[in-house]
Design a protein. Structure first.
Lengths: 449, 396
């Protein structure tokens, strides 16, 4: 269906408010449509232009910032349990393992080409509580513990979870002086010097971003022979309002009134059209969408438990009918009888192909065959690892495109990581002027422990 | 058998050689009404203390520790003590998420990292074992004890797929888990290409939501090509399950064990130190010391790796308390007594039940295991500590 699109900021704001408002009274909400990846915004009636892009980015940053501030430990625990109960948990774990194996293989090749005193710099973007770096350190320790002494580690993470990494590093006293930055990739990468890192890893982070401008920064802070290893979840579940309508009914269990409002707003005749859209996609897409739907159902159950832990027991958690969640009435909420924790769903999920295109556009090698050639690592069986088939969770190695005939991994000495003032952004991106939003999330600062 | 037993330590730590702990001054309790009263009183020692963790029932401890806690196991009371232990472990499973906090849901670094490293290493060992088993013509049968929600099986599946994706079409996984969470495996495993078995000739997985003894007792002799035990042996005060495990394994089958080993609950003096560190009140400490009638100098000597385990187990418990203090459920008690034992005790139990851990036997059956980089069995996930240890045993 071709939808009328709007580029005017006021109109976009009104579209967003209307959609946000439909699920406002539910503990699990759709949230801001602007968080959807930019490739899909047109499907939501929003046309991205040079004039409105800065505003959209700023809105999205503000929105996430609010989320981080509002989210409590209980909410994170609820997400953790939902991930576990929906069966996606081992996928996250496996992403870390696969990402670690691939990164360490690359790192070993880099180490061989350097002198034994040269240091190797690695940055974990969105380090969370250290699970990804932990898997990498473990892998290094198994294969060549001497490398640990040569590592310059750098953690970037906006949440409080970064504190847990201090505890993780207890297990690796050989790693000297790791750097902890509590900041986002948006806010902090621009502050780092060009060519700071040999290897940059990121797991389950990039699907939060509406615009792929962070890849410009990833490209800039990597050395010329640097490699970005990305693990992430790839779905197109938020690409089409039809998919979202299906999720609203089957996952969020919104009322008839809200669903009708959504369908009318998006110009969808009835739910049958939605059901047909959901069922008529390819098996792979449906499988991924079903996976996300299962997760959303479990998130709903957990969010409900936050209000009344007694109401849910373990049996209902896993029974077929368990998706029936009790939604508090508007009156209850107004009267403050039931305080609800809130969580937004819409995020910048991309398809795997779209993600690769974005990296290719920004000077990375993305063809798996060429990547393998480029990295010249004998033991890399596959520079693209499917963690949960079909292409639901994938790990990729994206090396920066080599400019000459020389091997990609060179023996030039690494440059240390230094925090500098915000440099001018490079490349021909339409965001060549850093939008104001980049400075919006927390100011980067070192955590003192 | 208490810690008064002679243990041939390597003399690396503690006093080495023969060691004896001071026998309890009070007479040991052995009659059932006495034992009931003894356990009940021990619970009351912590009432009103505001401690976020509480030891729990003495019957959950390993049999070799009972004597240090004032209990004598006799032929008359053994079955009753065992039933009490099972009762409390069952209660733990049922009450988790409702009346008590599930410690497993807390991210406690670096221990969460160690746990995931362990399951990954188990995956690597299984991969090496499968190199040989894939030559078999029949369906390969793997029994996994303690798979929790099925997530712990995923590293095995990934490693097997990595070896030969088609091999999964010839494997039956038999998952035995007492927690209802095992049902979640029905969501997880099909995502990784392993479906539930419908016909007995199918590959895939089947689930037994029972304790291992009840489940294994219905299995025929020499059924499984591989047994994997994941963090479940430390909940077994008496090792009767080992007999069943031995019976259902094929003669050349391997038993891969990943578990927590620690002497922390062996002696009240160790627990007293922990209680002190988690800031139990003077009155609680005094009552505890008086009731169990021990002297701190009576602590049994430990080897270097056991000392490491004690240090790490205590560190873990302190971090648990730290996490609990941050959470909203501070009024929920967390009962921590488990039947942990030392690796040495664990090996002895295995040997008593017909297993061997001899490197020669391993080299004869599965030499590929020793080809894993850095692998030296028993494999300690933490360098100088046996707190998390991996072992591979075979029928002797």
């Amino acid at each position: 269906m071709v939808r009328k699109t709007f580029s005017d900021v006021k109109k976009i704001n009104s579209i967003n408010k209307r959609i946000k408002g439909l699920t406002k009274r539910y503990p699990l909400q759709l949230g801001s449509v602007l968080r959807v990846t930019y490739q899909a915004l047109e499907n939501w009636g929003i046309k991205v232009t040079e004039r409105n892009i800065g505003w959209i980015e700023q809105e999205v940053c503000n929105d996430y910032k609010k989320d981080w501030e509002r989210a409590e430990k209980t909410t994170y625990d609820a997400i953790h349990r939902a991930v576990e109960n929906s069966g996606l948990g081992p996928g996250n774990e496996q992403l870390n393992v696969n990402l670690a194996e691939l990164s360490v293989e690359i790192l070993m090749s880099m180490a061989k080409l350097k002198t034994k005193h040269d240091r190797i710099s690695l940055c974990d973007i969105g380090a969370g509580e250290g699970a990804t770096t932990g898997a990498i350190l473990r892998e290094i320790k198994t294969r060549d513990p001497k490398i640990l002494k040569r590592l310059d580690l750098y953690f970037l993470e906006p949440s409080k979870g970064i504190i847990k990494i201090y505890d993780l590093m207890e297990a690796y006293p050989e790693v000297e002086n790791p750097q902890y930055m509590r900041a986002t990739d948006y806010s902090h990468l621009p502050r780092l010097m060009q060519g700071s890192f040999d290897i940059l890893v990121s797991n389950a982070v990039f699907h939060h971003n509406t615009f792929p401008t962070y890849i410009d920064e990833v490209q800039r802070v990597l050395r010329d022979d640097g490699v970005c290893v990305v693990g992430d979840w790839y779905t197109e579940v938020w690409y089409h309002p039809e998919y979202v309508a299906y999720i609203m009914k089957e996952g969020l269990k919104v009322g008839e009134k809200e669903l009708r409002g959504f369908l009318e707003h998006m110009g969808i005749s009835d739910f049958e059209e939605v059901r047909e859209f959901w069922n008529n996609c390819s098996d792979d897409v449906r499988e991924r969408n079903e996976g996300m739907l299962r997760y959303i159902k479990h998130i709903g159950i957990e969010m409900e438990k936050l209000k009344s832990p007694e109401s849910a027991d373990l049996d209902s958690e896993i029974s077929e009918d368990s998706t029936e969640v009790e939604i508090p009435s508007v009156e209850d909420i107004k009267e403050g009888k039931k305080k609800i924790s809130k969580l937004s769903l819409l995020e910048g999920h991309e398809t795997h192909e779209d993600r690769k295109k974005e990296f290719a556009k920004r000077g990375f090698e993305t063809d798996p065959r060429k990547v393998k050639q480029c990295l010249a690592c004998k033991n890399i069986e596959d520079a693209e690892i499917e963690t949960v088939p079909p292409m639901f969770a994938v790990v990729n190695a994206f090396p920066k495109k080599s400019t000459g005939d020389t091997p990609h991994i060179s023996s030039t000495p690494p440059r240390g990581v230094r925090v500098s003032s915000i440099p001018p952004r490079r490349g021909k991106s339409r965001h060549s002027t850093p939008p104001e939003s980049r400075r919006l999330p927390r100011p980067p600062r070192k955590i003192r422990y | 058998m208490a810690m008064t037993t002679v243990i041939d330590g390597e003399g690396k730590g503690g006093n080495g050689g023969k060691r004896k702990s001071q026998p309890p001054k009070k007479p040991l309790k052995k009659k059932i009404p006495e034992l009931e009263g003894h356990d009940e009183k021990s619970w009351r020692l912590y009432s009103g203390s505001g401690l976020l963790i509480k030891p729990g029932s003495l019957f959950k401890l390993h049999k070799s520790a009972y004597e240090n806690w004032g209990i004598e196991v006799t032929d008359e009371n053994k079955a009753w003590i065992k039933s009490q232990a099972e009762k409390y472990y069952d209660k733990d499973l049922q009450e988790r998420d409702e009346k008590s906090v599930d410690i497993g849901s807390l991210t406690i670094q670096p221990f969460s990292h160690y746990m995931s490293s362990t399951t990954q290493t188990v995956g690597k060992i299984v991969k090496q074992i499968m190199r040989k088993l894939k030559g078999k013509k029949d369906m390969i049968k793997i029994c996994v004890l303690g798979p929790r929600n099925g997530g712990l099986v995923v590293p095995m599946i990934s490693n097997i797929r990595n070896l030969d994706a088609k091999l999964l079409d010839r494997i039956q996984f038999y998952l035995v888990e007492p927690s209802i969470k095992v049902e979640i495996a029905r969501n997880i495993l099909p995502t990784y290409g392993v479906n539930e078995i419908e016909k007995t000739s199918d590959s895939g997985f089947s689930i037994e939501n029972k304790i291992d003894e009840k489940s294994l007792s219905t299995q025929e002799d020499e059924k499984f090509d591989l047994m994997v035990s994941l963090f479940h042996l430390h909940c077994k005060p008496f090792p009767n399950h080992l007999f069943e495990m031995h019976r259902v394994m094929k003669d050349d089958a391997a038993l891969v064990i990943a578990d927590n080993y620690s002497p922390l609950w062996y002696h009240p003096a160790f627990v007293y130190e922990l209680l002190k560190e988690i800031k139990a009140g003077e009155n609680v400490l005094e009552a505890f010391k008086k009731y169990f009638s021990f002297r701190c100098v009576d602590k049994p000597p430990l080897t270097e790796f056991e000392q490491g385990a004690l240090r790490d187990h205590k560190k873990y418990m302190l971090k648990v308390v730290e996490e609990l203090r941050k959470g909203p459920d501070t009024e929920k008690p967390v009962f921590v007594f488990r039947a942990h034992k030392t690796v040495e005790e664990g090996i002895r139990e295995l040997c008593d039940n017909g297993f061997t851990l001899m490197a020669e036997r391993r080299a004869e059956l599965y030499p590929e295991i020793d080809g894993i980089p850095g692998m030296r069995l028993p494999y300690h996930i933490i360098d100088d500590s046996e707190y998390i240890t991996l072992m591979v045993a075979f029928k002797g």
